[in-house]
Design a protein around this ligand. Structure first.
Ligand SMILES: Cc1ncc(COP(=O)(O)O)c(C=O)c1O
Length: 369
């Protein structure tokens, strides 16, 4: 065995030992961190796709034209499934947080551009169920986050509560489709009617469930670009698109609005910098894997729906009963850490994905306090 071969096998053995101590990433026992399709061929496809582009730098799609083609494919797919027309443009980002950060940065810069020289601090108005990524965005980009209460039984805010917060200092209203803590679908069309009447941007955060909702078998209230006042939308392929980590989409209505997302400079002695997203050098692997994924969304959403509807309210977990039989697998569900947090009514729901590919079995919030 050569020295290099020995070193390779030592490193791989060490990595295998380290991985053995991780929480399981397959079998549906760890949720919210991993989204397991349960189909090994899909994992293999992603690994093969990522390997093909491993040396590529996603920084420059003019040098690596495969990046431009893959990005166009992913954005085009997302635009179609989220009801966008030719006016809707988009970028692939590293994840939900980056998509949300960029949506806020663009809205802030558009707001400022319309009010040159204003010393005012712009506001984001959002239900308290909005993902923490928007707290981070407000912190990073110097906006005030104005949180609106939600009905503890439904997880949904009242339109009047949002409307009364709207003013000229509001750069962005954010709603979720669905929200992480309650899995509730915010009233997107109603909110869009009041924001668009005032010329305020409206972001739909569909990071967690967008790629499932788009294929949901039941008729849902409109929540995507089919609603005229929606100005941007984020959705993660690395959640219910079942891609490996590192791929999300941010769609924006109108190229002029999207220009505020970019950072560009020639004011240094190096190369010209034109970055549509927050990263510089970036891997093309997650993009390649995301490019290969969308086909499994339809099947997965149908199975999620079947799983969710088969759970009787009496079978849902509660803090006093942390496990419950899974109606489809016959196994026992387990409550995972992050999903226990953030429940406004102090209850939890079981989060087992089984059998894969499905979404959380019993994601519906309990309706009693
Ligand atoms: C609704 C929502 N938005 C944003 C995010 C942030 O996504 P990420 O963890 O990929 O950065 C999440 C993560 O769960 C989410 O559920």
């Amino acid at each position: 065995m050569t020295e290099l071969r020995r070193a390779t096998s030592d490193v791989l053995a060490e990595l295998e030992a380290l991985r053995a101590a991780d929480a399981p990433t397959h079998g549906g026992r760890v949720l919210s961190y991993v989204y397991d399709s349960g189909i090994p061929e899909i994992d293999e496809l992603a690994a093969a796709a990522a390997r093909l582009v491993q040396p590529v730098n996603g920084l420059d799609p003019t040098t690596f034209t495969s990046v431009a083609a893959m990005e166009a494919g992913v954005v085009g797919f997302a635009r179609r499934v989220f009801g966008g027309d030719d006016e809707v443009v988009g970028s692939v980002t590293s994840g939900g947080t980056e998509s949300c950060l960029l949506a806020v940065k663009s809205a802030r810069d558009a707001w400022r551009a319309a009010r040159l020289g204003t010393p005012r601090v712009p506001r984001i108005v959002a239900p308290i169920t909005v993902h923490a990524a928007f707290h981070k965005a407000a912190h990073y980009f110097g906006l005030e986050l104005d949180l609106v209460p939600v009905d503890p039984a439904t997880g949904v805010p009242a339109l009047a509560d949002i409307e009364e917060r709207l003013g000229d200092d509001v750069a962005l209203v954010v709603v979720s489709a669905p929200s992480y803590p309650f899995a509730s679908l915010d009233p997107v069309a109603d909110v869009a009617a009041v924001t668009s009447a005032r010329g305020i941007a409206l972001h739909v955060d569909a990071c967690i469930g967008g790629f499932a909702l788009a294929f949901w078998p039941d008729r849902l209230p409109a929540w995507d670009f089919s609603v005229p006042g929606v100005t941007s939308l984020s959705a993660d392929l690395h959640k219910y698109g079942y891609a490996p980590k590192g791929v999300s989409v941010l769609l924006t209505r109108g190229r002029d609005r999207q220009r505020h997302q970019y950072f560009a400079t020639t004011g240094w002695p190096g190369y010209p910098v034109v970055n549509p997203t927050m990263t510089g050098s970036k891997p093309a692997g997650p993009l390649a894997a995301g490019h290969a994924r969308p086909r499994c969304c339809v099947i997965a959403s149908r199975r999620s729906r079947a799983c969710a509807s088969s759970v009787r309210p009496s079978d849902r977990c509660s803090p006093s009963r942390p496990t419950t039989p899974c109606p489809l697998s016959g196994g026992s569900t387990r409550i995972t850490g992050p999903m226990r947090l953030g429940r406004l009514d102090g209850t939890c729901s079981c989060n087992r994905v089984s059998p894969s590919p499905t979404a959380r079995c019993c994601r519906t919030p309990r309706t009693s306090r």
